[in-house]
Write a protein that binds this ligand. Structure first.
Ligand code: COA
Length: 327
């Protein structure tokens, strides 16, 4: 019988430290009013400077294991989605494996920027369909505060830290129904965090030639995001002959409220069925979708039998959407 990936437990972790828009007014020339009106963000969580980001991933992973009633030793594979790893090597997946004692798991990181969690779900489902693995732990873990230039008002007001996780297991029924992944590498310069190579162009774009911090062409990303999210969800549903009105919840990447409302309007979908956490946590990159998903499940919004669409976009530029029938 054909095997399908099914999500059986969710978890998340947010740092305790809350940074309000008013706090950022002390760092850069900005205002609470501008940030709320242009982005929808009111505050974000920021990890203590001395802590590694993987601490959040360990907590989110433990939460997902507990909620799915899965023992760490029964996990066959750990995939971590991150664009802000503690190390280039080892992978964050190996660090988290150590933190949760998942001694029987293979482990690797995946970087598709903010689309990374949906990419990781897709990769996991493929491993389950081939029968190679039974239980997979997927964690999206982002310590973006460590790669933000706190003197750059164009970016520092947008991002926050956090981690989200889920356990996917092999099941006879879907589960995961369909996915759409994509990338447009011609736009790879639109969002960059240089790592080992710093060309003049990248140095010029940053304050004081700072290197390992985020640069972003906000307007270009904005236009791309609305088009990519809309096209991806339409393709996702068309391929399985479903209509948007059959969907119970959309959980979009939380980057900008105007991106979300524009895309949702184009999809002809009611905003009441869209999960929003952006106002509280800002953009936590690939962690934003699993955090929003876990919170909405926790408060009883998403229920068994619901059709849920997750859709993201981000650096690369990449996009990804997935359709799930909730177990
Ligand atoms: N506070 C006050 N003013 C700011 C500001 C801030 N934090 N950031 C930018 N501005 C200014 C700009 O300097 C510009 O001033 P100017 O007209 O004097 O040049 C003005 O606001 C408008 O800038 P613009 O870039 O056109 O604003 P925008 O409406 O496009 O909003 C973003 C900027 C970044 C919020 C928006 O483009 C965006 O969200 N883009 C997508 C980003 C994204 O999703 N990134 C993550 C990808 S995963």
């Amino acid at each position: 019988m054909k095997k399908h990936g099914t999500i059986i437990g969710l978890g998340y972790c947010l740092p305790e430290n809350i940074v309000h828009n008013a706090d950022l007014e002390k760092l850069v020339d900005t205002s609470d009013k501008w940030i709320r009106e242009r982005t929808g963000i009111k505050r974000r969580r920021i990890l203590e400077k001395e802590k590694p980001s993987s601490d959040m991933g360990v907590k989110a992973a433990k939460d997902a294991l507990k909620n799915s009633k899965t023992k760490a030793e029964d996990i066959d594979l750990i995939i971590v989605s991150t664009e802000s790893p503690d190390y280039l090597t080892p992978s964050m997946a190996c660090v988290i494996q150590d933190g949760i004692d998942a001694n029987n798991a293979a482990a690797f990181d995946l970087n598709a920027a903010c689309s990374g969690f949906v990419y990781a779900l897709t990769v996991s489902d493929q491993f389950i369909q081939t029968g190679m693995y039974k239980n997979i732990l997927i964690i999206a873990c982002e310590g973006l505060s460590k790669v933000v230039d706190w003197k750059d008002r164009n970016t520092c007001v947008l991002f926050g830290d956090g981690a989200g996780a889920c356990v996917m297991t092999s099941s006879d029924k879907p589960g995961i129904i369909n996915y759409d992944l994509g990338a447009d590498g011609t736009k790879h310069k639109a969002i960059t965090i240089p790592c080992t190579h710093f060309d003049e162009d990248e140095l010029f774009k940053r304050n004081n030639k700072r290197t390992q911090v985020i640069f972003m062409e906000g307007r270009e990303v904005f236009k791309f995001a609305v088009n990519a999210m809309t096209a991806s969800v339409n393709k996702l549903l068309k391929e399985v002959n479903m209509n948007i009105d059959e969907i119970d919840w959309i959980v979009p990447h939380q980057a900008n409220m105007r991106i979300i409302t524009n895309s949702i309007k184009k999809l002809n979908f009611p905003m009441e069925k869209v999960v929003i956490t952006l106002d509280e946590y800002g953009n936590t990159s690939s962690a934003s979708i699993p955090i929003a998903l876990a919170e909405s499940y926790e408060v009883g919004k998403i229920k068994s039998g619901d059709y849920v669409v997750l859709v993201g976009f981000g650096g690369g530029l990449t996009w990804a959407s997935i359709l799930i029938k909730w177990a």
